[in-house]
Design a binder for this molecule. Structure first.
Ligand code: ZN
Ligand code: ZN
Ligand code: FE
Length: 752
């Protein structure tokens, strides 16, 4: 960039607000002897610089940007000399918002030093923050990101904080969420009935936790329910009160070394645990983990661990570093996370023995993110609302996602803003959170969508909302087939516009023909798709209930093998066995599905791994754990058939039905299923000439399967793309829906 005149106007786009960008510019300008000003505006940061060295300034803006900043573009043009005699930071400019808000991050090292420094005026201050760390998305009402737009607006700065805030040389210069013990939010510890508890809130909380009590602790994006993870009775009490019998709990530990005691932690995983986003990371357990942390992740091969995020959590662990705390989302009955103090006392009544509260309002509900190495299981705190770059610019689309693990997505130009994990839209509160999230995202992005995209299923709350939203505004609503959306999400994040083969291995999504799909081989090209093949359909005896009771899927397999008569003798202790046998024989209330998830259930049912699942995907997870515990086995010879692009695994299932060694059989199932998928996909690749395979769907979270698939397809010379930026489960649907709407819109030639 060559601008050789006396004054220059520079625009910086990207994540440049709320990350200490203006003081950074101020320091650079002073160092370079430049005059002028810097300000936030709706497009990012604008700089007016006068003096000789503005080229050096432009070069260093990108190269030396602050840690939380992401500079997407710097542009400069000549400007008139204003004759400034200093370089200053000036008031935000108004205008239409087109910038991004930062994401919440863990306390930075500099703030941690102060937190535990007795001489610091912020010693043990539970709300310590600076321009490089702390809450952002969860405290911001609207852009531009300035203190009055955040929930810190309620706390006026004391003279000391004010001095730091207005001193460009201070690291809290324009730290919008800054505060101190004199002027900031306050901690309070209350008993189960909301009465005050005496003593220092942190020490008193620790005493309760060590005594086996359950404490609701207010975090960044909502409350956690915490208890001593090493205390079996406390964990059992939490399970009973939360009515969460088997689902694993996440555990917070003081540092990476503590994590290594309970899990096998690789270098990449340590980096993830310690990253500013601080997600829950799923890690393989150590052999003694179940004894050390009884009842935390029963029967599973993995445990979810995380490190402290907020100053309050750091304070708790500072006093008792050996502590292991259950930190589970306070979301009773699968409803959205509790964020408000009054709400906590109501909704957590009977669950929490005490409440560690404060008076900083949570603006946006945001759960912990969950990751396994490079993949997301749940994307929320620490990552949202970071935009995902699309391969092309399009109209603004609101995509409303599906039913399970809902997220929504709003696009602006070539950026896609995917919301935090909202949850399953099976209750009124979750539906409320869904609508609230759409309103909030549209508000902070200041957008009016031009198209709405939704699932084909007419009964989803998201679909009905989309129809009403579109009708109200007179804009088009586009239905996108579930598995098309899964594959399109992968294409969008990898920037692929050419045709791909899409392998969707999923629970269930409504197919274009009105039946339940879920094990699909598609040809996807932007807004278009073709169903090339699918798994051999199995019956769902009893409909939806079959998805929760793997033994019913096993019965469906026996029926499909022409051995329906064995059902009643095999499942003698299932009261419904005879009914299921009759239903299957007569084809009553037994819709067909090509779902891959149900195939896993069928295998788990045949092997008696799990008769009834207590949460979605449990049977498949247990089956995966068994397979992972066994040495690798070769695929079963002639374990499958492919006819007219229908992949039929009945030979493998017949073998499983006669197996009595479940871990070997689980390994055999995974190896054979993967080999069959590779053969199936390779054949389609030969016929179509397409070498790129995009795979998505909840089943791909299964590492044994995805690992074998990766290997097998590479052996065939094919390129496999798996989701990285979003979960491969239904949390990624909204991005795919948005991308299908954009590409369809572009193809129709109505570009503006
Ligand atoms: Zn900091
Ligand atoms: Zn203060
Ligand atoms: Fe799905």
């Amino acid at each position: 960039m060559q601008v050789s005149i006396g004054a220059v106007r520079i625009r910086v786009a990207g994540i440049v607000q709320g990350v200490g960008f203006r003081p950074f510019v101020w320091r650079l300008a002073h160092e370079l002897g430049l005059k002028g000003w810097v300000r936030n505006d709706a497009a990012g940061v604008e700089i007016h610089a006068e003096g000789e060295n503005h080229e050096a300034l432009i070069a260093r803006l990108q190269a030396e940007a602050p840690p939380l900043a992401r500079v997407d573009g710097v542009s400069a043009q000549a400007a008139d000399i204003e004759g400034a005699d200093d370089f200053t930071i000036v008031e935000s400019g108004g205008g239409k918002v087109s910038t991004a808000i930062g994401h919440d991050t863990a306390v930075c090292p500099a703030c941690l030093d102060e937190l535990f420094d007795q001489k610091s005026r912020r010693w043990r201050h539970g709300f310590i923050t600076c321009t490089h760390c702390g809450p952002r998305y969860t405290v911001t009402r609207r852009l531009p990101y300035d203190r009055p737009q955040t929930s810190l607006a309620a706390f006026s700065l004391c003279p000391d904080c004010q001095r730091e805030y207005t001193d460009p040389a201070d690291r809290r210069f324009h730290a919008e969420t800054t505060c101190c013990p004199n002027c900031g939010p306050r901690l309070a510890l209350q008993d189960a009935e909301g009465g005050p508890l005496p003593g220092d809130p942190i020490s008193a909380t620790l005493a309760l936790l060590q005594a086996g009590q359950i404490v609701a602790i207010k975090g960044l994006g909502g409350f956690h329910l915490a208890c001593d993870a090493r205390n079996a009775a406390a964990v059992a009490k939490l399970r009973a009160r939360k009515q969460r019998e088997e689902k694993p709990f996440a555990v917070m530990l003081t540092d990476g070394a503590a994590c290594a005691r309970y899990a096998k932690v690789g270098a990449g995983e340590t980096a993830l645990l310690e990253s500013p986003a601080r997600p829950v990371v799923l890690l393989p357990k150590q052999p003694e983990t179940d004894d050390l942390l009884p009842g935390i992740a029963p029967g599973l091969a993995e445990i979810g661990l995380m490190l402290p995020v907020t100053p309050i959590q750091f304070l708790l662990f500072h006093e008792v570093p050996e502590m292991a705390l259950v930190m589970t989302s306070a979301n009773p009955h699968g409803e959205p996370l509790v964020i408000d103090n009054d709400e906590a006392r109501q909704r957590l009544h009977g669950i929490a023995d005490a409440y560690l509260l404060h008076d900083r309002y949570i603006v946006v509900r945001c759960d912990d993110s969950v990751r396994r190495a490079a993949t997301f299981i749940r994307r929320a705190r620490g990552y949202v609302p970071r935009a995902i770059k699309l391969p092309a610019v399009g109209p603004s689309v609101l995509a409303v996602g599906g039913w399970f693990k809902n997220t929504v997505c709003i696009t602006r130009g070539d950026e896609a803003f995917v919301s935090q994990h909202i949850g399953d839209l099976d209750n009124a509160a979750a539906c409320g959170f869904f609508e609230e999230s759409i309103v909030h995202l549209l508000h902070i992005l200041d957008l009016e969508p031009e198209i709405v995209a939704h699932d084909l299923h007419p009964d989803f709350h998201s679909t009905r909302f989309a129809a009403a939203f579109a009708a109200e505004r007179g804009i088009p609503a586009i239905g996108v087939q579930h598995h098309h959306a899964h594959i399109a999400a992968v294409c969008a994040e990898y920037g692929i516009v050419e045709p791909v083969l899409g392998l969707a291995l999923d629970g269930v999504g409504l197919g274009a023909d009105g039946t339940a799909w879920g094990g699909e081989l598609l040809r996807v090209e932007g807004g278009e798709f073709e169903r090339l093949g699918h798994l051999y359909p199995l019956a769902l005896p009893g409909g939806d209930v079959a998805a929760r009771e793997p033994w019913r899927m096993a019965a469906a397999v026996l029926h499909a093998l022409g051995r329906g008569g064995e059902i009643a003798t095999r499942f003698t202790d299932e009261p419904a066995a005879k009914t299921v046998m009759t239903m299957l024989a007569r084809g009553l209330n037994s819709p067909q599905t090509s779902s891959a998830g149900r195939l896993f259930d069928a295998a788990a049912g045949l092997l008696n791994v799990k008769r009834r699942a207590s949460f979605e995907g449990q049977a498949a997870m247990l089956l995966e754990g068994l397979a992972a515990s066994h040495d690798p086995v070769p695929p079963l010879a002639k374990g499958w058939r492919i006819e007219n692009a229908v992949l039929d695994l009945r030979p493998l299932l017949a073998q499983l039905s006669a197996s009595d060694e479940s871990s070997h059989a689980a390994a055999l199932f995974h190896a054979t299923f993967a080999a069959a998928l590779v053969a199936w996909v390779a054949e389609a690749a030969r016929q179509s000439g397409i070498q790129t395979i995009a795979a998505a769907g909840g089943c791909l979270l299964n590492q044994v399967l995805s690992g074998a698939l990766q290997k097998g397809l590479a052996h065939e010379g094919l390129r496999l793309l798996l989701p990285r930026e979003l979960p491969s489960n239904d949390g990624g649907l909204s991005l795919g829906q948005a991308w299908v709407a954009i590409t369809g819109f572009r193809a129709s030639g109505v570009m503006r």
